[in-house]
Write a protein that binds this ligand. Structure first.
Ligand code: SDX
Length: 389
């Protein structure tokens, strides 16, 4: 504890990369960012402080934190041409598709983004992207509602500003309930990084070609869009609505057991124990529902979890709730449409993606991604003329 991790040299051949950012023990249900347990960060920190930790390896002192918050706040606005680009989407475009396209489009606004080997240029793009993600997400949300976009208010904190850009409906200052701001800070901290998951792997793989970071993060957003990854939180709400009532849970569970359904929000490639983030999110539900009223689907979710945790099918396969099982209930209670849930995952995960990208770019031994394959096709054979096939 407190020292540097060691590893089995034999493991090196199978790993996709070395990293010092996030540690997960899937059997014990442990998650640490730069050695700090997620439970302590969720309780004591803010999202921007955690983003600084992921990017720089250490918690900031007061001066470093103030400088970091000032820099991020300075970059929250978007170029008006990018706003017009977003306005060009169909009225019902999925916000994740809009986010993926607009983040990638940012690469055309900053030619210095291609100087990936220059530390100052990298720091500027990282700050810009972390600052602009809430603005991009809020513009996509307002676009879907057919409402005018709300520009950033740089007098507000990072999460307050995001809520204001989403929900402000008049010229009056938008005052978010502090309990909702705290819940969103916790959710952002929990989603900030998660080692070599599908979307981070996409960012590293695309980033290893030394393309600009906006294009690499655009690829990560595409991976996160998938229902088996970030899209699961949206799928959980659809699943709970399909189950409809507690007495229909046994019928649904039977459907899962005979392969007709998946219990969305359950299972994980690494956690074969309770996802530590799911426990914290479940607690955050109570704070949010104090303000918004309890989400009626909570009862079904809790009964589903109870039954699944006692059922042989799930116990044998070591399937437990993951980060997506409860987060959608909070997002819906906060007033987000289901299509926005994965955007709420992508915004905080941007700091993790960029910390992993920076680690990759500055690793002298890191080469361009070229995964091995197991070839199972035909070997050398002669061409067959068309009239003989
Ligand atoms: C995230 O990697 C990360 O860290 C991702 C993430 C992050 O922060 O970046 O944590 C975020 O993506 C969380 C996961 C969100 N996805 C879902 O909730 C979708 C539902 N979950 C599953 O699709 C599934 O659990 C995966 C995709 C997450 C993991 O799939 P695996 O690796 O195939 O699971 P497994 O090998 O452990 O499966 C073992 C068995 C299999 O059955 P058998 O072939 O042995 O009969 O369990 C079954 C699977 O079919 N199974 C499920 C199930 N998940 C696995 N059966 C029903 N419901 C499920 N959810």
């Amino acid at each position: 504890p407190g020292g540097l991790a060691t590893y089995d040299p034999g493991f090196v051949n199978t790993a996709s990369c070395r990293s010092a950012i996030t540690f997960i023990d899937g059997d014990e249900g442990i998650l640490e960012y730069r050695g700090y347990p997620i439970e302590q960060l969720a309780e004591h920190s803010t999202y921007l402080e955690v983003a600084y930790l992921l990017l720089n390896g250490e918690l900031p002192d007061r001066e470093q934190l103030d400088d970091w918050v000032h820099e991020v706040t300075y970059h929250t606005f978007l170029h008006e041409n990018l706003k017009q680009f977003i306005q060009g989407f169909r009225y019902d475009a999925h916000p994740m598709g809009m986010l993926m396209a607009s983040v990638s489009a940012l690469s055309t606004f900053y030619p210095d983004a291609r100087d990936v080997l220059d530390a100052d240029a990298r720091k500027l793009q990282i700050t810009r992207m972390i600052a602009k993600m809430p603005t991009l997400g809020a513009f996509a949300f307002r676009h879907g509602m057919g409402r005018p976009y709300v520009y950033p208010d740089n007098d507000l904190s990072y999460t307050e500003n995001f809520l204001a850009m989403l929900f402000k409906m008049s010229e009056r200052k938008y005052n978010a309930d502090p309990r909702l701001v705290k819940a969103l800070e916790v959710l952002f901290i929990l989603h900030a990084d998660h080692e070599q998951n599908c979307s981070t792997n996409a960012v590293r793989s695309v980033g290893s070609s030394q393309v600009d970071p906006y294009s690499a993060v655009g690829a990560g957003i595409g991976a996160l869009y998938g229902p088996l990854h970030g899209g699961a939180n949206e799928a959980v709400l659809r699943m709970l609505r399909e189950v409809k009532t507690v007495d229909r849970i046994p019928e649904f569970i039977d459907g899962v057991k005979n392969g007709k359904e998946k219990l969305m929000g359950f299972g994980h490639r690494v956690y074969k124990n309770y996802d530590p983030r799911a426990k914290i999110i479940k607690k955050a539900c109570d704070d949010v529902f104090e303000v918004t009223g309890v989400n009626p689907l909570l009862e079904i979710a809790m009964e589903l979890e109870k039954i699944a945790l006692e059922d042989e099918y799930f116990v044998k396969r070591r399937l437990y709730p993951n980060v997506d099982f409860y987060s959608g209930l909070i997002y819906e209670a906060l007033g987000f449409s289901p299509e926005m849930f994965t955007v709420l995952f992508a915004i905080p995960r941007t700091s993790g993606w960029l910390a992993q990208w920076e680690e990759l770019i500055t690793d002298k031994e890191q080469k361009i991604a070229r995964p091995k394959q197991i070839y199972t096709g035909y070997r050398t054979r002669d061409f067959v003329p068309l009239d003989q096939r």
